[in-house]
Design a protein around this ligand. Structure first.
Ligand SMILES: [Zn+2]
Length: 165
């Protein structure tokens, strides 16, 4: 499945909630759970990922100050404000692409027919939903449930507060 653009992210463990938000928007996003910053920086460089962090030390590194590596220092402790800052500072696409990436393992999702998921989802879901996606790695099935709807609504709210191109 095609992603909306080539932007990719790596989120530091101090802003881990952003991984889920960015994946909901369809961005390839790695969560960095370790404590070795050098490893995170080299992964970001090798894979062309933007670093999102609350760690001011990362911002002082030469690769970042020289502009070779893009990193965003998040100002707030609040994940929603963090997300808003990322959207604004990178002018993220207003037409985000939900339902493209597994929220748990960052794999591109594959479309599944209703019949294919019949025995895999609860009966009430099967009766009310027609669109399904499956993660090829963890085999989680996705559909537009209420939790998902609440998150996309919030994203739309973040985006309506900035100038869409
Ligand atoms: Zn998965």
């Amino acid at each position: 499945m095609r992603l909306i653009n080539n932007l990719k992210f790596i989120v530091d463990n101090n802003v881990g909630k952003l991984a889920k938000w960015l994946r909901i928007m369809g961005y390839d996003t790695l969560f960095f759970g370790g404590s070795n910053d050098s490893y995170m920086v080299s992964t970001a460089l090798a894979e062309g990922r933007v670093i999102l962090t609350r760690d001011t030390q990362i911002m002082k590194r030469r690769v970042v100050t020289s502009g070779r590596l893009k990193a965003i220092l998040l100002k707030s402790d609040d994940p929603e404000l963090q997300m808003q800052q990322v959207i604004n500072s990178l002018s993220l696409d207003c037409q985000f692409r939900p339902f493209a990436i597994c929220l748990e393992c960052n794999q591109p999702l594959l479309e599944r027919s209703r019949e294919q998921v019949k025995d895999l989802v609860p009966p009430y879901v099967f009766q009310t939903q027609s669109q399904y996606m499956e993660c090829p790695a963890c085999h989680r099935i996705y559909w537009r449930g209420t939790h998902w709807q609440a998150m996309t609504k919030k994203l739309e709210k973040f985006q309506s507060s900035k100038q869409c191109k």
